[in-house]
Design a protein around this ligand. Structure first.
Ligand code: AMP
Length: 191
């Protein structure tokens, strides 16, 4: 099954995606991680850094290529867990198209719900040890704004598709993992 782990910056998507990927044998696709790995790229590194440091989205022409290349290299029978992708309605549609071409689909979207105030606090805390140049107040504020404006509306699209499940992101890591695993089990049973 292919899963999208959804939520605002700081909601805990990366932490959960990593755990679920290992436990369910899925490939973990983190578009943020993949973008950070591209920072040393001669052609695109500087450009990507410019967007990331401002907290803005990397243009589709670049990010979709990065995502597609990763999918191509990491195809597994059991599927992917998408973390940080899609971030716009356009990307969500592109992902559906890609899945269809591979004769598969997104079977589940888990929204880790967390309010913006809590998200801000968490990322600032993470910034002390993450070494990420975009974990600073000014950039985080932009990232949260971008999330509200461009990313959150995707929820309506997934809700209409009937594959959206919500989890309270304020809970402990262990509790959230447990809930996600329960949801996956239920969805797999229905297949
Ligand atoms: P993340 O690690 O998911 O918080 O992403 C860090 C940064 O990478 C974001 O603020 C964007 O600049 C960029 N990025 C990650 N995923 C995407 C995406 N799907 N579309 C556009 N930009 C992205």
């Amino acid at each position: 099954m292919n899963i999208v782990i959804f939520g605002s910056p700081g909601a805990g998507k990366g932490t959960q995606a990593k755990i679920i990927a290992v436990e369910h044998g899925l490939s973990h696709l983190s578009s943020g991680q993949l973008s950070r790995q591209m920072l040393n790229n001669k052609q695109l590194g500087k450009k990507i850094k410019g967007y990331m440091d401002k907290g803005e989205l990397i243009p589709n022409a670049i990010i979709i290529k990065i995502v597609k290349d990763y999918i191509e290299k990491n195809k597994r029978e059991k599927g992917f867990i998408f973390d940080g992708y899609p971030r716009t309605l356009g990307q969500a549609r592109e992902l559906d198209k890609l899945a269809k071409q591979s004769k598969t689909r997104i079977g589940l979207v888990i929204n880790l719900k967390l309010d913006q105030q809590e998200a801000l606090k968490r990322i600032l805390k993470r910034g002390k040890s993450s070494g990420r140049s975009d974990d600073n107040l000014k950039t985080i504020e932009t990232r949260l704004k971008v999330y509200k404006k461009l990313t959150e509306p995707i929820l309506g699209y997934y809700k209409a598709n009937g594959i959206l499940k919500e989890v309270d992101g304020r809970q402990s890591i262990t509790k959230i993992t447990k809930e996600i695993k329960k949801i996956i089990k239920e969805v797999e049973k229905k297949k």
